[in-house]
Structures are given as structure tokens and as C-alpha cells.
Ligand binder design. Sequence first.
Ligand SMILES: Nc1ncnc2c1ncn2[C@@H]1O[C@H](COP(=O)(O)OP(=O)(O)OP(=O)(O)O)[C@@H](O)[C@H]1O
Ligand SMILES: Nc1ccn([C@@H]2O[C@H](COP(=O)(O)O)[C@@H](O)[C@H]2O)c(=O)n1
Length: 674
Amino acid sequence: MYSIPYLDLPPLGHAAGTVQLPGSKSISNRLLLLAGLSEGTTTLVDLLDSDDTRVMLAALRTLGCAIVQDGRLTRITGFAGRPQVASAELFLGNAGTAMRPLTAALAVLATQQGGAAYTLGGVKRMHERPIGDLVDALRGLGCTVDCLGTEGYPPLRVAGGTLDLAAPVKVRGDVSSQFLTALLLALPLAATDRAVTIEVVGELISKPYIEITLNLLARFGIAVERQGWERFVIPAGSRYVTPGEVHVEGDASSASYFIALGAIAGVDAPVRIEGVGAASIQGDIRFKEAAEAMGAVVHAEPNALEIRRGAWPLKAIDLDCNHIPDAAMTLAVMALYADGPSTLRNIASWRVKETDRIAAMACELRKLGATVEEGEDFLRVEPLARFQPASIHTYDDHRMAMCLSLAAFNRLNPAGDGEHAVPVRILDPKCVAKTFPDYFEALFSVVEARAADIPVITIDGPTASGKGTLSASVAAQLGWHTLDSGSLYRVTALAARRAGVSADDEQGLAATARAMQLRFEGVRVLLAGEDVSDELRDEAVGMMASRISAWPAVRAALYDLQCGFRQLPGLVADGRDMGTVIFPDAGLKIFLTATAAARAERRLNQLIAKGISASLDDLRADLEARDERDRTRATAPLRPAEDALRLDNSQLGIEASVQQVVAWWNARQPFDAR
Ligand SMILES: Nc1ncnc2c1ncn2[C@@H]1O[C@H](COP(=O)(O)OP(=O)(O)OP(=O)(O)O)[C@@H](O)[C@H]1O
Ligand SMILES: Nc1ccn([C@@H]2O[C@H](COP(=O)(O)O)[C@@H](O)[C@H]2O)c(=O)n1
């Protein structure tokens, strides 16, 4: 996951490959609660690991469930309708799928256990999301529910009361279907002696989510009788029975981003999505039909989808999106690539989600340059001929981040010239943790970008000037990859030494470099499967690296390998010739220096930290000799690129150096401060 303030998406190109979806949030949190309320142990396979499931797991633990997580398996031993604690304060973040059903279940349980009292709260936005319709329904049933802040909103306290099940329980269905889901999950706890009827007031929205609820209830032994979409009867004698093991299917709403990706960029080969398909019980699987209406070519298997681009530009649509409220957000961004204006209707529920999604979507699409009309319950988006670089605010809303990432395909814009392309900055990218923590990693694994579009910062300079340290920190701040090019010369030296190739044998060394079987795992270097990272730091290996790096054939042998490190979303490369030879088109080049005295002292401290003693004078003489050799060699000598910025860090700390480089980088980016 990218836990950084912003992630810049370079202009992206074609997409192909396979994505494994994380588990469905809706199914995961329903299953967790059902397992928690049941007697016995339920094993959930491929449960979603995200912010929203974590708060649900924590709440269930607090209430007395035993939970063991073991790889793909989560085993929950339920409290069988009797929480182990009579009072608890539950923090539920911004998870509506935890807040609503837990409120209902605990309100019902609190009426059955004298003295029980539970408080449920979350983050600030959770306290702005209405829950009054559920509170009214629970009070109508005889539960005691107090709103601790604003009436009709969390935080809430449920404590005591007397259930009256004689009359049907009434609940509004036209704001959020989660209120009905909450009652459907809670009331089997009360339907032991008599049937309980729920009546929906108003037109029920998001019916597919209710179907998920009914489907999962059935797996736990509760056969709800549905009479149209107005009445639901929970039979007398209801009792939660664990089905033992349940597999969590992939998240159909998350699939929407990759379905859209296939429709936009699946040109030569399809994008394959595994984990969800035609057999899905989630309503958002019908996003596939909307994508097909826009031109996507979809091949559906029971548990997988393959998507290719069909019509291009995409076909504009005018769609009632009530059946796919979450996934429909993706259509708003697809509309930028369409052949006319697209209208998404019946989406009023967007206004009470993680943020006011209608307002947020309109605002961010306009930043890209789009013309957008926004109504109480609709959004109309015009296709965009020329995208502007934009810094996208994500409102702590995972779906805003994931949807808007699709704007990075603007190079493919059918109304564009194929040349004009802009990057997209996603602010607070870690908000995807709510449902898809590794969304951006999954995206980068199936998309291509022109090498020239992938940004590079080069940091060259003499020995021990702090290049590696600076490079790693800048890369961490931007979410980029690193290339420690010195390690490639070092590993060549090590491989040659082991093979008995002399430092004077230019062709033998080059052949050794070409034949090396290398793997990089983070900062670790593996040579023929052996982790040689520590050995590479030996002074003797460094000295041999310095000698062999002067051979043109050795440098040529390592050229392609170094260029291959230029991968999405960006690269910070350090060495001696990064800015002059390997990445001459880098967007920012730094030449990092420090006095020889400062550098020798740093090297000494490094060695002391490793328990190695050395003489300061010897170290200084050694690094000056190395620098001299690097500066004076004929091929790729150490020197600043003409367009490099010089940074002397003799008196500048590491953090200050990092901030300086990041500030230089940002000053060259096209994003404004909006
Ligand atoms: N600005 C700085 N101020 C003080 N110490 C620093 C600074 N930058 C880096 N150092 C320290 O200097 C030492 C050498 O840094 P580093 O290994 O990053 O240098 P390098 O240029 O990559 O070296 P080499 O070229 O030999 O690989 C490290 O111990 C590091 O913590
Ligand atoms: N781009 C580069 C990087 C390094 N070298 C040579 O390799 C030696 C080891 O590098 P370290 O940065 O790990 O110390 C170094 O002394 C250089 O001679 C190079 O030529 N080009």
C-alpha cells in the first residue's frame, strides 16, 4: 500500500494481464457478523483484509469472539447470541457495513440481557452519515437507542428496552438499504418464539445488497420469506447455525476499475479479473452490463472475467444506476472517453456515502477539465478532449481514488492526438485501504507506460556522499522504485572474483556481467539465489568494482539491466553516470557532493557501526583514489550532467536533503495547488 501523501500516476498506456481481486467488503463484514452471532466456529476463506473488516474484527473480539487468522483462513468462534461483555465501546472507523448491523444486533441483544450497554462510534465522517431511519425502527421495536451527539447520527448508545414484536417492524428503504440489512441480520436473534415481519417504507434502493444479505442468511440457517421488496418475514424458531466453511468471493465493486481498464486500455490482450464472475451474488457484478453498453467486450466465467476494448471511443450512456450505486462511480470517469455526454441517474445515495460523492466527483472531474452537470440525484459528464494535469482530492474515499486513477489513461483519449498526455496526482492514496489496500500495485502490474513517461530522478556523486541514503528516502516519499547502480558493479566484481576472472580481463568481466542470475528483493541482492547483499558492502568488493567499472565492455553489459529498473510509478537512480549516460532524459538530476573529510568520516562511522575498525586517513585516501579513477576514466566518467542541480550536503542533514530534492521535483510538476 502507498502510505504517502500523494502518488503521481504518469500517463498510462495499454493494459493486459491478470488481477486477483481482494474479497468483497459487503460479503466479508456480513459474514463476520453472522459468524460472530452463531454458535461454533466458522472458517472464512479469503476474507477481505482492509480498514473496514479490521474494525469489524476488533468489535467482535471485544464482544467475546475468538478469532484466529492463518494465511487465507479466518476462524471465528461466535458468542452464540450472548456477548461475553455487558458493556463495550466500539470504534468502527468509517465502516457503514459495521456500524449499521452492529447497532441493530447489539440493540436487540441489549434488550435480552439486563444491564447491557454498548456504545458505537467512528471517525468524524461516520458521525455525519445518517442512521436515524434505523434508530427509529429499533425504537419502534422497543429498543433503547440514544444518539450521543446529533439526533439521527452516530455515536450511539444501545442499552435495555423491551422488545415488542407483535406489529411489523417498519424501516425506510429509500435512503440506504443497509438499514434493512441491519434489521435482517439482527432480528433472527429475536425470532426464537415467533416470526418477525419487517415492512419497508418507501421504494427500496440498492436491492442487490439485500439479495446478498438474504443469500448469506440462508447459509447460516435463516430462510427469510421475501414478499416482493416490501415485506420480509423471519420465521419463528430462527437460530444461527454456522455452515462451517465459507469462501468470500472477490469484490465486484473493486472489479469495476479493472473492467473499465479493459474497456479503455485492453487493446491487444484482455484484462483478466479473478475472484468474481458470472456466478457472483453481488449486485455490482451488473456493472459489467453497463461497461458492455459503453463498448467493453466481456467474457464471463463463473469466477472470472476477461475484458477487452470494443467500441472506441466508448459509447455514451444514460443509465439509472440504482442497482449498482458503488460501481457506478467508475462510469463517471469512463464517460470522459465517450462519444457524447453520459448521464448517471438515481444516484442520490452517493450523497451520504464516505463523502458526498456527487459533489466530490463533479469537483474532481472539473479539475481535469471536464464539463460536468450535477443534480440532487444525477451527474452528467461530457467527454474530454484535452485533459489537464490535476491533483485529485480523494476525500478519504477509497472509490474516489480508484475511479480517478482511470484518468491517467488520457494518452489513449480518442479525441486527443495520442501525444498530449498528462500525469494525475492522487492525494492520500492510502484511502484505498478501506477495501483494496494494494489497488495501485495491482494497477501497475497490468498497465504499461512509455518509458519516457515514467519519471526518473538521478542522483550522482562521489563515494560516500550519501547518494544511496538520499535516493532511498526520496523514493520512499514518492512511492517509487530505486536503482543502486553501484551494487551492479559490485555484484559483477563479486561474481568475477568467485569465477576467477581477473579485473584486467575486460571481455571475461563483460561475459560474467551478462551471465549473472540476479534477483532483487527490496534492497537485497540475490546472485544465483544466494543473498549476497552484505558481502557486496565489503571494501575489497567495492575496490574491485571501482576498477572493473572503468571497462567500456562491462558498462555496456550492464546498460540494459539498469534501464529495466525504469518501472511504474517512477525511479530514483543513484550512481556515477545516471544523469549523463543511463537516464539522460531524467526529469531531475542531482549531483550530490560533500567534502572528502565529511565523506571519510561518514564511511568510518558506517564501518564502526558494523563492528569494523579502520583508519580515517586510509579511508580518505581510498575514497579519493576511487573518485579520481571514476572522474578520469574514458567511459562514463563521474561528472555532473549539464542540467544537474548541485547539492552539497557537508552541512546539510539527511532529512533536509530529502526535502530539498522533493521540493525541486515538485517545482517541476504541472500540478497546481487546487
Ligand atoms: N546528509 C548527510 N549527513 C550526514 N550523513 C549522511 C548524509 N547523507 C548520508 N549520510 C551517511 O553517510 C553514509 C554514506 O551514505 P551512503 O551509503 O548513502 O553513500 P553513497 O554515496 O551511496 O556511498 P557509495 O557511493 O559508496 O555507495 C551513511 O552512513 C549515511 O547515513
Ligand atoms: N553508476 C555507477 C555506479 C558505480 N560505479 C562504480 O562502482 C563502484 C561501486 O559503487 P558504489 O556506489 O556502490 O560505491 C564505484 O566506486 C564506481 O567506480 C560506476 O562506475 N558507475
